[in-house]
Design a protein around this ligand. Structure first.
Ligand code: G6P
Length: 483
């Protein structure tokens, strides 16, 4: 049986909170559960996390937990009647002094005092992910006066973006800082930072994570126009992160949908080049919120990301609030497998023309070169402490599975996000057999993942448990006595 390489991130919410649905999601193949810190209390998140870990353990699966910080999404305040209807050509004002719960058809309050400073005449503002569009006609000390370009309903607390980006809210709010502590308490495996502007925002998040004793890998959500303005900005942000997310909702609003596909491809390419994990997100199976089957366009969207070699594809409302969460995971899994059968998903040009900077990186890439060119190779065993060696391996396109043999709970969960990498709990120091190689291959034999006559690649270092210590690669012939 071919095992899916592309990983699935599913957001948990009201539609997937019950133990029954969660268990079905895990059986359907989710690899990462996303907890959205924009909704819910710390107790609710803790209960969900506990349940995911319990159910995954029950089924012998490894499911990483990703916390997603709310971030400084700029929102309008509330309306007296909860919702208004705007028409093209009408005048409307945003006010930093207007009462927060008393919006009308003419004016609404806004919690972002710098809005007036950040915006000028002629700017376009996009409300509710671009469903309503306005142009700034005039500014006063505390108000923006606009004209409606595209009308529609507008309700309490909808988000606001500026076309082209450039609203200056700092990435980490007081709530985010508290949630970084919560993430550490919960031992989360990944933590996503919303709306980072640059590397400095990620550095701050990393410092706060360290101070709170957390070990979550940090995911930069790429969703501001500034973050993709040029290669320098994008690469700076990628290098300061452990993983990135192509957060297409706000990004699409800020840069326009026409630019989105090209930028998505670039983010995936650059993330992989810098040895980072990449998640493609937003509306991938959107119609499955209310339909048991995806549209052809959605199938094509998921497949496109898989062909570009994203590590993971993500479900948001589909699994959090939709009517068909389990069907959405199954559909995504099926589409991933189909796209992975395409030759472009399996062939690699192996960073030809590049130099490598580290010994372990060189060994990992040599292993992939061998795996992809010696047809007898059926599996790769990477003995790993932090997950770094299999991470490097999985930056290379291949059809050969990479088994991360690792002793710690953190690494066992973390590698669940890496494309083509599967967890095998294993401590080389405790290998009872006469050799670690034999014990490792026996583990694959026991699981039915290889058979006599297959070749297996194994990488390791000179000592057990040394991060960055990988310095050798062995080619092992299954069935022969191994030393
Ligand atoms: C295991 C092996 C070591 C190797 C290490 C690499 O612990 O026993 O020999 O040095 O993995 O870990 P890394 O985190 O760099 O992939």
């Amino acid at each position: 049986m071919t095992v899916r390489r592309t990983k699935i991130v599913a957001t948990l919410g009201p539609a997937s909170n019950s133990p029954e649905v969660l268990e079905q999601l895990i059986l359907a193949g989710i690899d990462v559960a996303r907890l959205n810190f924009s909704h819910g209390t710390p107790e609710e998140h803790k209960a969900r996390a506990r349940l995911v870990r319990e159910l995954a353990a029950k089924h012998g699966r490894f499911v990483a937990l990703l916390g997603d910080l709310q971030g400084p999404k700029i929102r309008i305040a509330k309306f007296i009647d909860k919702r208004i209807e705007l028409h093209e050509g009408e005048r409307f004002r945003f006010s930093v002094t207007h009462p927060r719960d008393a919006g009308t058809r003419e004016v609404v309050g806004i919690d972002y005092p710098d809005l007036v400073k950040d915006c000028g005449v002629g700017d376009e503002l996009l409300l509710d992910d671009g469903r309503v569009v306005m142009r700034v006609e005039a500014t006063t000390a505390d108000e923006l006066h606009c004209v409606v370009l595209i009308g529609g309903p507008l309700s309490d607390n909808k988000g606001i973006n500026r076309r082209g980006g450039g609203l200056t809210a700092p990435a980490l709010t007081a709530k985010d800082k508290a949630d970084i502590k919560l993430a550490a308490e919960m031992d989360l495996d990944y933590l996503a930072v919303s709306f980072p502007r640059d590397a400095a925002d990620m550095d701050l998040a990393r410092r706060l994570r360290d101070e709170s004793g957390g070990s979550a890998w940090l995911v930069a959500k790429i969703e501001r126009a500034e973050a993709v303005a040029d290669d320098e900005a994008l690469d700076g942000l990628i290098r300061a992160s452990d993983a990135v997310m192509v957060a297409r909702g706000d990004l699409g609003v800020e840069i326009g949908d026409a630019e989105l596909v090209g930028i998505q491809k670039k983010i995936i390419l650059h993330a992989r080049r810098y040895n980072k994990v990449v998640i493609t997100a937003t509306q991938m199976m959107e119609s499955m919120i209310s339909s048991p089957m995806p549209t052809r366009a959605e199938v094509s969207d998921v497949a496109n990301a898989v062909l570009d070699y994203t590590d993971a594809v993500m479900l948001s409302a589909e699994s959090a609030a939709g009517a068909y969460p389990v069907e959405a995971v199954k559909a995504m899994a099926r589409v991933c497998l189909g796209a992975e059968r395409q030759p472009t998903s399996q062939k690699s040009s192996h960073r030809l023309g590049h130099t490598f900077s580290r010994c372990d990186e060189s060994i990992a890439l040599a292993a992939m070169f061998t795996a992809n060119h010696f047809p007898g190779v059926k599996a790769i065993i990477a003995l790993t402490e932090s997950g770094f060696t299999p991470l490097i391996m999985s930056r290379i396109r291949s059809a050969v599975p990479i088994y991360a043999f690792c002793p710690s709970r953190e690494t066992q969960a973390r590698v669940a996000m890496f494309r083509g990498v599967y967890t095998v709990p294993f401590d080389p120091a405790e290998a009872r057999s006469e050799s670690v190689s034999q014990a490792a291959v026996d583990e694959l034999l026991k699981r039915g993942l290889v058979e006599t006559g297959d070749w297996v690649i194994l990488t390791k270092g000179d000592s057990y448990h040394t991060i960055g210590g990988t310095n050798s690669m062995k080619l092992l012939h299954v069935g022969e006595a191994l030393v």
